[in-house]
Design a protein around this ligand. Sequence first.
Ligand code: SAM
Length: 283
Amino acid sequence: MELWYTEEHTPTVRFSIKVKEQLVSKRSPFQQIDVFDSEEFGRFLTLDGLMMVTEKDEFIYHDMIVHVPMATNPGIRKVLVIGGGDGGTVRELTRYDSLERIDMVDIDEMVVDVCREYIPQTSNRLDDPRVNLYFEDGLKFVRRYENEYDLIIVDSTDPFGPGEGLFTREFYGNCFKALTVEGILVNQHENPYYEYYTEAMKRAHRRIRDSFPICRVYQAHIPTYPSGHWLFGFASKKYDPATDLDAAAWNARGIETKYYNTDLHRGAFMLPTYVRRALEGAE
Ligand code: SAM
């Protein structure tokens, strides 16, 4: 008998991966959590039936959500990760000796426990002494801070279910307040290709732009996400990620990456015309 994981990318488009084995299936108070093993993508985590990380392509997402802001401002010291329960974003951050504090707030402790047990590839740096883990709604957590973080990374699920609040105007406004004068906010920004996601992307872009003076979007190719074309938002009080990139400083750190490099950093902000138009039309 063959076992396949199938995800609906739209009501008429499906994406399937042949599964070797289902490793865990649990229901937390917030969502359905599953981990599978597969030939092509290795182990992968899904939440409410949606792909979160696979061992084979997670490096693309985590490189791009972490190294783009870190290379833009080498002075970043304190970081807040909202979501990110698989640990991949924290793992990449711990590679920077210059970071003093990495706070991570995920609404669902069970995701972290499952990833510690079944996906050590992403969760293996959560015990770094600079990392502090909090388990509560990121929307509420960020309200408490003012002028605290140099970088906030929103590594969330999609804008429905527990992640919905992390795409609201109130949330972006509170992130602005929690950031220092040089602060940067990076978020996963959905995909530009399928109409359903395009609407979420435009809405998020409009709301972020209302809160931050600098608001850019960049892209990466992530095979297991809908359409394979994924966007990230870069919002900032001071730094422009294209013109302020300090390539020499980042390359001097000697951090080895499989996807990110400083040439690609610049190129990632060069968006296809239809994406540009969609974002410009997000008035
Ligand atoms: N790379 C992934 C993606 O874009 O598909 C995201 C991965 S990470 C597993 C997403 C995390 O966001 C989950 O662990 C989930 O529990 C967390 N999350 C969802 N809503 C949240 C909220 N309101 N506050 C904090 N964490 C939240």
